[in-house]
Design a protein around this ligand. Structure first.
Ligand code: URA
Length: 231
């Protein structure tokens, strides 16, 4: 796994990580993507420099005085690739609804993806989205670890299997771990956190059946509420 196994990094702030990620060539996905889509969070996070910075962040800037919460998706889609922001397309609309129903203000969480480039395999003029493979997820862990380092989330929610792999370092079966509060160990540069694994919003979009869609959305909302209630 390609994080920061030696525990060393010369990158000193979230801002610097974001700037360096713009030119990332750690895997080949940059070639067919428009831009790197990095994570985003409350204003205080943007200035995060080192571990100590967190102490100055007011609880009010996070989930209703709850934990510092990080949500990790899979990768930017077509819309995110064009806009340069995570979760602004159809999956983002589902996520927004789930967050609203869970009483979580999206502006107060740090939202990012396991993979920072859109996996676009163009066919003619069409932009075809493909899921990132394990190698791409593992290479991009480099950035996710830096986000964890500077944001220092107390609770991380993995939206789907790619995020769960990026965070735990191994393949995860969502149905086996969903809804349980797990412990995520510290890595070379990232501190430990609690981890909740839940469904990816796109999975809800793919359901044909209204009942199934509602049931899976409800389970996701329950997971988000549990995450936001952690201290
Ligand atoms: N799906 C994701 O996993 N992330 C996004 O940012 C958009 C869609």
């Amino acid at each position: 796994l390609d994080g920061h196994p030696d525990g060393q990094t010369s990158i000193r702030s979230l801002d610097e990580a974001r700037r360096q990620a713009e030119g990332c060539r750690r895997c080949d996905l940059w070639a067919n993507a428009t831009r790197t889509v990095f994570g985003e969070g409350p204003p205080s996070v943007e200035g995060a420099t080192a571990e100590g910075a967190t102490a100055e962040w007011t609880a009010a800037e996070w989930t209703a005085g709850g934990p510092r919460l990080m949500l990790v998706g899979e990768q930017p889609g077509d819309r995110e690739d064009r806009a340069g922001h995570p979760f602004v397309g159809p999956a983002g609309a589902v996520l927004n609804r789930a967050l609203a129903e869970a009483g979580i203000d999206r502006a107060r969480v740090y939202l990012t993806n396991a993979v920072k480039h859109f996996k676009n395999e163009p066919r003619g003029k069409r932009r075809l989205h493909r899921r990132p493979d394990a190698g791409e997820i593992d290479r991009c862990r480099w950035w996710l670890e830096l986000e964890r380092r500077f944001v220092r989330p107390q609770v991380i929610v993995a939206l789907g299997a790619s995020a769960a792999r990026a965070l735990t370092g191994h393949a995860v079966t969502i149905s086996r771990v969903r809804g349980r509060v797990l412990t995520l160990d510290a890595t070379g540069v990232a501190p430990a956190a609690r981890l909740l694994v839940t469904t990816h919003p796109s999975y809800i979009l793919r359901q044909r059946d209204d009942d199934a869609r509602r049931r899976i959305l409800e389970a996701m909302i329950t997971d988000l509420v549990l995450a936001a209630r952690q201290k």
